[in-house]
Ligand binder design. Structure first.
Ligand SMILES: Nc1ncnc2c1ncn2[C@@H]1O[C@H](COP(=O)(O)OP(=O)(O)OP(=O)(O)O)[C@@H](O)[C@H]1O
Length: 637
């Protein structure tokens, strides 16, 4: 049996096309301008071998005109044009792309053409905004011209007409405005200008528009001094509105850093220069160019849901996506910039990409480049990096914690913490480099501020040994070190930890002995505090201070604070198990110890007082401050 061909219901197909494919109606202009650019590319290609074309490269242009009175937008080009037969083929058959065919026909000789069209559908997007589309076209080398007219739903007509020279004119008669849809806005000069700049700024041929300007002119009236009075008048002038050659396509030697920074500030609305510009020209699995910027400051909404991360994606000079999130790993979401590649498989609306394989290749590559650039900056310009880190350090730290630490190796050498010794932010590599040979661990202390941490009693021992301590003051910091576990084989250790690796075996035995000797008084302290602490014990960390508050188990005091702020009702179940550590060598402990056998009531007050002190030093708020104040007073009289 003979095979039958599928027939499409063109009317319905067109309707589907017009109403389902695109998210933004404004892209119709992008599609029509891209077609004009393709048409010029084709004629320009022919002119390389055919003198009769009679046009130089500089003669080609695309003109966009708005006629408010007649509600039309006209896009004309002096490109290759179409014969009646081509009109029939290209605009009468949906999904037939003359441009794709042209590209196939010229095969390898593509060096000077940058054809955009491939699906054979873009033209019809005009019907999203148009009640009627008229195409007046004359093919290169032909005398006759033709006119294609369609209102979309009821087919089209093709009739011969007059046209002076080769090229095409697309006249889009806009639909009447309706509720929620103001098609008339497309007639406004600023709107046309905005859409062209947004999507078609880097079309390689000039896009010319009437641009309104103001100038001073003399009037017939005269001033007191006899001079003519002046007034402002508007006038229009034809102007090329697109930038044509994108800055990222120009060679490095041609574009100064200043130019790149200026471009960044205009494009991404930042007042400040970025700390770095990364330029990439990649060939291989995927060919692309990229220009990335590392901003100096976080935008006001950076750490909110409103901030949209991603890079602008271009293909053949046409903007496809404003924020393509797939190109940037989450931990580098602060990076702004542009990726331009012809190797992407677009879907027909050009709003999405069909496969993410190429994207994945680009993303992995960009990640490496961004990492390398940050590392370079850190090594060569500490101040600049520190300024960047102030804005985005938190992001890098979250990057380590997220995904169960999947990116910890990538990011661990980019993070910094405040050092007790250097009194500034240092990297973990710096810390390890400065460690004396006998130091076993990377010490850290978590708390609200550097000032408070500097006075932490339990850190005295470590400090006295001459060891550096990292002060962790961001909520996420402790989770970062818990995710990292170690850096360059050195384990992290909180100054709260029982084993800081500072004691000799004898010292350890001595503390154990003291602990047994003082068991009854320690049990008494725990009991008299009525469940507020999990344990009272003698500390070997304390030197000059009588007490400190630490925690046992998995949740530290800082984590408890973090959970209380973020976990709502669940925080009730995420409490630190408090440990009151006492300094057996301190006269205060001796006072408690000697009071304990004879005056239990007073000893209980001492215990409460010491627990209150420990809470205050640890930055934990007192359960009942008024009661604490009374307690202090009662012991004075
Ligand atoms: N201004 C023009 N001058 C010459 N030919 C044109 C012009 N506009 C459209 N065409 C022809 O009509 C065809 C169909 O255009 P259409 O925009 O629908 O698809 P396309 O540009 O080929 O592909 P895409 O859907 O990817 O944009 C084009 O391939 C081209 O051959």
């Amino acid at each position: 049996m003979a095979k039958k061909q599928f027939k499409s219901e063109s009317k319905r197909l067109l309707d589907l096309m017009v109403n389902s494919i695109y998210t933004h109606k404004e892209i119709f202009l992008r599609e029509i301008i891209s077609n004009a650019s393709d048409a010029i590319d084709k004629l320009c290609y022919i002119s390389l071998t055919d003198d009769k074309v009679g046009l130089n490269r500089d003669d080609f242009k695309i003109t966009v005109t708005a006629d408010k009175e007649n509600r039309t937008i006209t896009v004309s080009d002096n490109g290759i044009g179409m014969t009646a037969e081509e009109l029939e083929q290209n605009l009468g058959v949906i999904a037939k792309s003359g441009s794709l065919q042209f590209k196939k026909d010229i095969g390898d000789k593509k060096e000077d053409v940058d054809i955009i069209g491939q699906f054979g559908v873009g033209f019809y997007s005009a019907f999203m905004v148009a009640s009627k589309v008229t195409v007046v076209t004359r093919a290169y080398g032909q005398e006759e011209a033709n006119m294609w007219v369609s209102t979309g739903s009821d087919g089209y007509t093709i009739t011969p007409c007059e046209k002076d020279s080769a090229g095409t004119e697309i006249i889009i008669a806009l639909k009447e405005d309706e509720e929620g849809e103001s098609y008339g806005e497309f007639l406004e000069e600023h709107e046309l200008h905005r859409i062209i700049k947004k999507y078609s700024d880097y079309i390689r041929w000039p896009i010319v528009m009437d641009v309104t300007k103001s100038r001073q002119v003399e009037t017939d009236e005269t001033d007191k001094d006899g001079s003519k009075k002046k007034t402002w008048e508007d006038y229009t002038e034809k102007e090329v509105v697109n930038s044509r050659v994108p800055i990222w396509q120009r060679s490095r030697s041609e574009v100064s850093d200043e130019e790149c920074m200026q471009f960044y500030k205009e494009k991404f609305f930042d007042m400040e220069d970025p700390v770095s510009v990364i330029r990439i020209s990649a060939e291989g699995a995927v060919t692309y160019k990229a220009m990335l910027f590392i901003p100096a400051k976080a935008p006001y909404d950076y750490y909110t849901r409103e901030y949209k991360s991603g890079l602008q994606l271009y293909t053949s000079g046409v903007m496809i996506m404003e924020t393509c999130a797939d190109l940037l790993p989450e931990h580098f979401r602060f990076v702004r910039g542009i990726v331009d590649s012809q190797d992407l498989s677009l879907n027909i609306s050009r709003e999405m990409l069909q496969h993410d394989r190429q994207l994945k290749v680009i993303e992995t590559n960009l990640e490496k480049k961004i990492k390398a650039e940050l590392k370079r900056l850190l090594e060569n310009d500490y101040d600049k990096y520190a300024a960047f880190y102030k804005s985005f350090g938190l992001q890098l730290k979250y990057g380590i914690v997220n995904g169960y630490g999947a990116n910890r190796d990538l990011l661990s050498d980019l993070i910094m913490f405040y050092s007790s010794k250097a009194e500034k932010l240092i990297t973990l590599a710096d810390y390890v480099k400065n460690m004396p040979e006998d130091q076993k661990y990377i010490y850290y202390a978590c708390g609200e501020s550097v000032q408070k941490l500097d006075k932490l009693p339990q850190a005295e021992n470590v400090r006295e040994k001459g060891y550096e301590i990292l002060y962790l003051t961001d909520d996420v910091d402790e989770f970062v070190v818990k995710t990292l576990i170690r850096f360059e084989e050195k384990e992290f250790r909180s100054v709260n930890d029982d084993d800081l690796g500072l004691e000799t075996e004898e010292e350890k035995k001595e503390t154990e002995k003291l602990e047994t000797e003082n068991k009854d008084v320690l049990d008494f302290i725990k009991e008299s505090l009525g469940g507020k602490i999990a344990a009272a014990k003698l500390s070997h960390k304390l030197k000059s201070h009588p007490v400190c508050l630490t925690a046992q188990g998995g949740i530290s005091l800082e984590m408890e604070r973090y959970f209380a702020a973020t976990q709502g009702d669940m925080a009730e179940h995420m409490k630190a198990e408090r440990v009151l550590e006492l300094n057996a060598g301190h006269p205060v402990f001796q006072a408690l110890k000697s009071t304990f056998p004879t005056d239990k009531e007073k000893a209980a007050k001492y215990a409460e007082l010491l627990y209150g002190q420990a809470q205050l030093i640890a930055g934990v708020s007192l359960d009942d401050p008024a009661h604490f104040a009374e307690l202090v007073s009662s012991l004075m009289i």
